[in-house]
Design a protein around this ligand. Structure first.
Ligand SMILES: Cc1cc2nc3c(=O)[nH]c(=O)nc-3n(C[C@H](O)[C@H](O)[C@H](O)COP(=O)(O)O)c2cc1C
Ligand code: SF4
Ligand code: SF4
Length: 332
């Protein structure tokens, strides 16, 4: 067994794809990239961020890193990269899925990867549907990632697996140039820094009503908290970045979305926040999507008239759980 493993790693390039995904968009893209890389002869393993370790990275020739765009990357992926030991020039590629604001991710993530000794040889982003309590249902990007996105992700995976050995033997022209630092990046940086300067979660403070909680029969929030802030095994039970509540500023709402018992809400209640979103158009986001569409970067799958401005997500889904994580399959 050990000999076979050794020969497998000697003959084939080995790629580890580490991803984070809440609503399944980035997972779908990660799996498509993996299929593409396999079609080029690579051995590819795909792991969720929570199952990834720095030690396992040592067994691979190239690392793929993917997450949704939350301003730039997600705070948990940011934390993982921040503590990464020096990778001594190992090749990597980066990818993401996003709503309307894709431009800040790579200018932030690529330097972070380089600072930890990874050499990014390529990067790509895809549009993805947005699932947030106050956001329109359906959202402007509804339907993404679709079959064409998946095909493009497979092609990207193939390209990364084919390019890495050529780059290793000297063809550095295949390394993607750094992203352009144009007006779009600065515009998005302004929008995001405004959001991040808000010290708390603009949707409200997340609280848990222990009397409604189904623990220990249910552990969903604890198993899926983006930042590992929930530990109901402890006495007293720990919930959120403050121990008894969560006001992390990244606009995360995953525990509330997943709770089957309606035991997690915000203060003030999430329905109040959502009601305040009824009829609201996101004009800056719309402009960015219009421009992206004109530039051939965004394929609109629903016309703007069909965007659910009057049906923010939690109003369109009045029952608990608001959101169920899509079942994992080979495709996504
Ligand atoms: C908390 C949160 C913050 C988000 N922030 C942004 C953002 O700043 N810019 C953007 O374009 N999309 C943003 N989105 C949308 C996601 O990037 C998009 O829906 C992505 O495809 C989700 O990927 P996933 O299904 O893998 O979780 C945000 C979504 C969430 C839940
Ligand atoms: S998801 Fe809801 S019911 Fe389940 S453990 Fe968390 S608070 Fe309790
Ligand atoms: S909002 Fe909920 S899931 Fe998100 S970080 Fe806070 S406690 Fe965790």
């Amino acid at each position: 067994m050990g000999r076979i493993k050794k020969e497998r790693s000697r003959l084939f390039m080995k790629i580890l794809i580490i991803y984070y995904s809440q609503s399944g968009n980035t997972r779908k893209i990660a799996k498509a990239i993996a299929r593409g890389a396999r079609s080029a002869g690579a051995v590819v393993d795909v792991v969720k961020l929570k199952d990834a370790s720095y030690q396992m990275m040592d067994d691979y020739d190239m690392i793929g890193i993917g997450s949704p765009v939350w301003k730039a990357d997600t705070p948990n992926m940011h934390g993982f990269i921040d503590k990464m030991p020096d990778q001594k020039g190992k090749h990597c590629f980066a990818f993401n899925t996003h709503g309307a604001l894709p431009y800040l991710y790579f200018p932030i993530v690529l330097p972070n990867l380089k600072n930890h000794g990874l050499l990014p040889i390529g990067y790509r982003d895809w549009y993805g549907n947005v699932t947030m309590p106050g956001m329109p249902k359906p959202y402007y990007t509804y339907g993404h990632p679709d079959a064409q996105d998946v095909m493009e992700a497979e092609a990207f995976g193939r390209e990364m697996a084919e390019n890495s050995p050529k780059i290793a033997t000297g063809d550095t022209s295949l390394i993607y140039p750094d992203p352009e630092m144009d007006d779009k990046v600065f515009q998005q940086a302004m929008i995001c820094s405004n959001m991040l300067l808000c010290p708390t979660n603009p949707q409200g403070t997340f609280i848990r009503d222990a009397s409604k909680c189904l623990y220990p029969k249910c552990t969903i929030c604890m198993d899926n908290c983006t930042m590992g802030y929930i530990d109901l095994t402890k006495t007293p039970q720990k919930f959120g970045n403050r121990g008894d509540r969560c006001d992390d500023c990244h606009e995360c709402s995953f525990c509330l979305m997943l709770c089957p018992a309606g035991a997690i809400d915000t203060d003030p209640p999430i329905l109040e926040h959502a009601k305040g979103c009824i009829g609201k158009r996101h004009l800056t986001f719309e402009k960015m999507l219009d421009d992206a569409e004109k530039a051939g970067k965004f394929r609109r799958l629903i016309p703007v008239e069909e965007v659910g401005f009057d049906t923010p997500y939690v109003i369109a889904h009045p029952r608990h759980p608001y959101f169920v994580i899509p079942k994992e399959t080979d495709e996504g």
